[in-house]
Design a protein around this ligand. Structure first.
Ligand code: DC
Length: 225
């Protein structure tokens, strides 16, 4: 249980396309809470490492890299956030599926998880935080007031993600997307460090046959309880 009564922490974990980003932002807006998109942090850091030619096994260079980076999330009108690294707008590059794959690779390295741990912890500010990711409830915020693990079939997650990326103007191929999602699921769930697994005290919600509003109502009712 969260001992800091001034900050309510909601942890939402789940695989790619489970809807945690959309739902997380809706909940944060509803209660006036902060929102942590930890996946975007992993993406931005991995993108920067790749751009600097630093491999995922070069612990020393990765540690030095974080000290040279100013990663900023700037809220946008649609409820999302633009991403800047050292003043450069990298939103589209970081949101691209290629950056997701890179992030999944770097995120498997303990040094990367350690480097980003404190940054994530610092996001817990009053009056509340919605933390979205893979290990929010299990590792980063084990004291969260409520832990939700969102999931859905790989096919419906690929379809949701397809629509989302199309709307953002990305050129996507559904068959490739299903393959990428299955590969990332497997990589994220089987890694040794902080694998994607529901925390023991998480409430698992399978959203395959639920719409966004139903998921939102369900989580709000759990918080208000
Ligand atoms: O949520 P996302 O697709 O933006 O995340 C990109 C990758 O980052 C994901 O495949 C695994 C990694 N990640 C992680 O390991 N831990 C988190 N808390 C968030 C993301």
């Amino acid at each position: 249980m969260n001992t800091n009564q001034d900050v309510y922490i909601l942890a939402i974990d789940g695989p790619v396309g489970s809807g945690k980003g959309t739902i997380g932002q809706m909940i944060a807006k509803h209660y006036g809470w902060h929102y942590l998109d930890s996946g975007a942090l992993y993406r931005a850091f991995s993108y920067a490492a790749d751009q600097n030619g630093i491999s995922s096994v070069d612990d020393q260079a990765l540690r030095e890299l974080i000290n040279t980076l100013d990663i900023m999330f700037i809220p946008t009108e649609d409820g999302g956030a633009a991403i800047q690294i050292n003043g450069e707008d990298v939103t589209d590059k970081v949101r691209h599926e290629d950056a997701g794959k890179l992030a999944s690779e770097y995120a498997g390295k303990p040094v990367v998880r350690e480097i980003l741990f404190d940054l994530q912890k610092r996001a817990a500010r009053a009056p509340g935080l919605v933390a979205d990711g893979r290990d929010m409830g299990s590792v980063v915020f084990p004291q969260a007031d409520l832990k939700i693990f969102l999931t859905a079939s790989a096919k419906s997650r690929a379809q949701r993600r397809y629509k989302q990326l199309k709307l953002k103007g990305f050129d996507v191929n559904l068959t490739r997307l299903v393959e990428d999602i299955e590969l990332r699921d497997q990589q994220d769930a089987t890694r040794t460090h902080s694998p994607l697994v529901p925390a023991a005290d998480a409430i698992v919600l399978d959203t395959t046959s639920m719409n966004i509003e139903q998921v939102f109502e369900k989580i709000v009712s759990l918080i208000d309880k």
